[in-house]
Write a protein that binds this ligand. Sequence first.
Ligand code: E4P
Length: 214
Amino acid sequence: MQIFIDSADVREIREAASMGVIDGCTTNPSLVAKVGRKLEELIPEICSIVDGPVSAEVLSTDVDGMVAEGRILAKIHKNVVVKIPLIGEGLKAVRIFTAEGIKTNVTLCFSPMQALLAAKAGATYISPFVGRLDDIQYDGMELIEQLVTIYENYGFNTQILVASVRGPMHLVQSALIGAHCSTVPFSVIGQLLKHPLTDAGLEKFLADAKKMKA
Ligand code: E4P
């Protein structure tokens, strides 16, 4: 399973990339607003750090606006993936981008039929938001199981990019179900790395090393 970082903070992205565990990056308007930077200067910097797909979201909600914005974003770097909300106008834009060879990430997916429509329009990635479903007492991971089955049943090439990840168990389940990729906040990457037995084992080895013959 590919792991993307869900962040617009270049310090976090650089740190995660330096560990060699990052296959791509996703941003959204909320994440970009949080770091107080302009999208057009931020995306090239992220592309210089991450050697893989970098999602940049359009802000228009009509097809013409989305296509105009997306074409500008796609010109920034070959790895830019245009992120588009899962609405009717968005699917029209996906269809146009697919014909132009521009990669798309259809975001804000909360149901299997939304995902089916996005795949039919030609989406490169679909982003089902598991954490936000869990937040409203639905089972986010059940949606991932449904999408894997539906896409396999009909041979769609759209990649399932599990989003709105809240913790390591979302990743474990995504990998077991067979999702193609998962986008995770920097804090969760830290949690994936941590194990108390690793820390205790290292502490003991370092203590014992002091008793080694020089
Ligand atoms: C996906 O691409 C989104 O950026 C993200 O995963 C949303 O996560 P949130 O529900 O934690 O905001």
